[in-house]
Every structure is written in C-alpha cells, then in structure tokens.
Design a protein around this ligand. Structure first.
Ligand SMILES: O=C(O)CCC(=O)C(=O)O
Ligand SMILES: [Fe+2]
Length: 408
C-alpha cells in the first residue's frame, strides 16, 4: 500500500511512522512537540549520522563491521554478552567477555554459516562512551540533548544510559519497555534492524493467564486463548525496518521487540526529560505497588516495612523515592543556576531550544511532579523532612523561580 506523503517538508511516512529526511529543515521545536510531547515514534534518515566517526571507522568498504578497527581500539574491553537462546525470566543471561573473544565468535559464526554450539550471542549494553570518552565515535543529536537521566547519573555516580550493541544476523532483544519508561534513540552504525512496536497499553492484552507479559510476541503460544486470553484484542505491532545510518526514536512506555536482520552495530541512549518525567513517576508508583504486594503479608508485623519496600524497590528498579527526589532536586538546582546567567526575553519559538532556555519548562515539569510526590502517602512515610532541602521548600523555590522567569 502506498503511504501518504506528509505535507511538511522533508518528512515522509515509511513503515507507518514518520521518516525525517532533512537535518536542515527539521527543528528541535518540531521534534519536541510532535514526537516527544506527542510520544510518537519516528525515524531519522542516515543524513543525521553522516558526520559520525563510527560511520566511517567502524564500517568497512563492503558495509560490514570493521573487525580490525574494533579489535585494535577496543579488543581488551570487557563487554556484556547475552545468550539469545536462553530465557531467564523475560530476558537472556549475560556474561562479561573481552570484546576480542566476542569478535572471534562472531567471525566464526559467519565462516561456518551454521549455528554455533555456543548459541546465538549478542553483545549488548556496553558502556563504550564511558570507557572511551575520547574516541571520535558519535555525537548525540541536538533533538535528544535534554537528557536528565544521563545528566544526573554522570554527576552522582559512575553510571550512564549510553550503550553500544553488536550482534550477528538473527540476534534479537525480547519484548520489553525501557528502563524507567524512558525514551530511547538507537542508531545503526551498520546493518539492519526490524522493530516491532506496540503503543502504550497494548501490552495489557498480551498478558498470559497468570498476568505475565510474553518473552517473545511472535510465539505461537500467544494464539492459544487458554494461555493468552486477551491476545486477539491487541492491535498488530508497527513493524519498522531500520537501515544503516538511520536513527529510531522509541517513545516512553512503548513495548518493543527487536531483531538484527543482518550483522548490526548500534548505539543507543535512554533518556528522560520534562516531557516524560511524569511517565517515569507513574512507573515508579506502579513498581512500589508491586513490591508492596509482594511483601504485603509482613506489613503489620515487620518494623520499618515501608523503608524495606524502598530498599527492595532500589534493587529491582534501580531507583527509589528518595533517589527520585535527589534526581529532581539536582536537575532543579542546575536549572536555577542556568537561569541566573540567561536572559529571559528570548522569542517564544526559541524558548524551547535545548540548553538553558529549556530551563523554565524544566522547572515547571519538576514542580508538577514534585507536587505529586509531596502529596504521595508512601513518600510521606519516608522521613522526608530530613531531606535537604525539605521537599516543600524546594517546591516553593521552584514556584518563585518560575514566576520570576516566565514571560509576562
Ligand atoms: O537493538 C536492540 O536489540 C534493542 C534496542 C532497544 O531495545 C532500545 O534501543 O530500546
Ligand atoms: Fe528497548
């Protein structure tokens, strides 16, 4: 079926989602409103990655991974490798191996053209950027630059949400939604991926008779109404093919399953900002509820049950309510500082540009979520007056700054 042409210059529809073709004519403002606020997926053409070092040095003339370059530069790095043939809960078990060893395996797979006895191995979630910050590999496009998640984790700890993936044809990532229900962008350095995307809420129809989400949405078991009673209600996924050099934007809370159609290397970031921090907060509340249900039987007999729930939440989810407060506080304080050095009389269309001009919008979104946090009964049980500053004081500061800096 022919897909309609979009009216906007430089935007086409391909595989039912927008393909943004021209960096020159696509503004941050457009991405902000249409895709981040709209929570709608899109693809960016390979023109957006043309200047990246990795698009040249990580790829050989025949568009295959440049093994020798990778070995020379990163051969000793310890990288996480998942076994796609083994299901552990709803993911694959991982082990750390030197990249050199993984590339050896990959080359053997190709030469033998038959499945390896070691299974289908997929190198994923390697924090390459953190380990090799000085290599000229890629630049984060401006569209994805309002990134509170990496801003916070860079500042407080040795952690980040910037990853490299490499895998042979047939390697894949099981059905999931991203950490904290963040956005993700993923750029193919070489290769081709097939994405199955489900709008938020559709996954509810994919729960089995015990309430669990599937590991593989293409499994024949989903057609069995005794096992998956609501599966027929689920809309078919949006199936997107992403070619070399293209970047896909996966919005918040969209479940997805991903295949490497041919040998593929990709770079991906997860990020949260003022457009989806409320989605993250909703997710954290659901995570806490799940922990509370899990240990409900000890609620009346255990000292410090609420604190205990927070400890479990931190270990399962990676963050708890106090840390979420610390996250909001740090971003707020950085925006206060930015505003002290920025003029406010900028034209409206520039106010949403990345950087400090985003600050008033960011403060407003932090204030909205902080109000909800302050009103939350589970948060109130956590000795919040000992936080520095106490949450209500931070909220007052936010409101004052917003009132002063908002254009009349
Ligand atoms: O490329 C993959 O295998 C998975 C990537 C993914 O899930 C993401 O970027 O959110
Ligand atoms: Fe993902």
């Amino acid at each position: 079926m022919d897909e309609p042409l979009k009216v906007e210059a430089g935007v086409k529809v391909r595989d039912h989602i927008d393909l943004i073709e021209e960096p020159e004519t696509f503004s941050y403002h457009q991405f902000f409103h249409q895709y981040m606020i709209g929570n709608s997926p899109c693809l960016f053409s390979s023109k957006f990655t043309e200047s990246w070092g990795s698009r040249r040095s990580w790829v050989s003339a025949d568009n295959e991974p440049n093994w020798n370059h990778l070995l020379r530069n990163f051969g000793d790095a310890a990288v996480p490798v998942a076994n796609c043939d083994v299901k552990e809960y709803n993911a694959n078990p991982k082990e750390q191996v030197p990249l050199r060893e993984y590339i050896e395996y990959w080359r053997e797979c190709r030469e033998n053209a038959s499945p390896s006895p070691r299974g289908c191995l997929y190198m994923k979630d390697w924090h390459m950027q953190r380990e090799y910050p000085d290599h000229d590999v890629y630049e984060t496009p401006e569209y994805f630059s309002s990134d509170w998640l990496n801003e916070y984790w860079d500042a407080v700890a040795v952690d980040d949400y910037r990853f490299v993936y490499m895998g042979p044809a047939g390697s894949w990532t099981p059905f999931h939604a991203d950490v904290f229900r963040s956005y993700s962008w993923s750029a193919n350095i070489c290769g081709r991926k097939k994405w199955l995307l489900f709008p938020p809420g559709q996954e509810e129809h994919l729960r089995d008779c015990h309430g669990n989400l599937p590991y593989d949405v293409t499994s024949a078991a989903l057609q069995d109404p005794d096992l998956y009673p609501d599966c027929q209600k689920c809309c078919p996924p949006i199936e997107v093919t992403q070619e070399a050099g293209e970047i896909i934007f996966v919005p918040s809370g969209w479940h997805h399953q991903v295949y490497n159609v041919i040998d593929t290397i990709s770079i991906n970031h997860n990020w949260v900002n003022g457009c989806n921090v409320a989605v993250m907060w909703q997710f954290l509340q659901r995570e806490l509820t799940a922990v509370q249900q899990e240990i409900a039987e000890w609620k009346d007999t255990m000292d410090g049950w609420d604190l205990h729930c927070q400890v479990i939440m931190k270990s399962c989810t990676g963050i708890n309510y106090r840390e979420f407060y610390a996250f909001l506080k740090m971003i707020a304080q950085r925006r206060f500082e930015a505003l002290e050095t920025t003029a406010v009389d900028v034209p409206a269309e520039e106010r949403m540009a990345p950087g400090p001009r985003h600050a008033v919008f960011d403060l407003q979104k932090i204030a909205d979520v902080l109000s909800a946090l302050i009103d939350n009964g589970d948060f109130q049980k956590l000795d919040v007056e000992t936080l520095d500053p106490p949450p209500k004081q931070l909220l007052r500061q936010l409101k004052t700054a917003i009132a002063q800096k908002s254009p009349a």
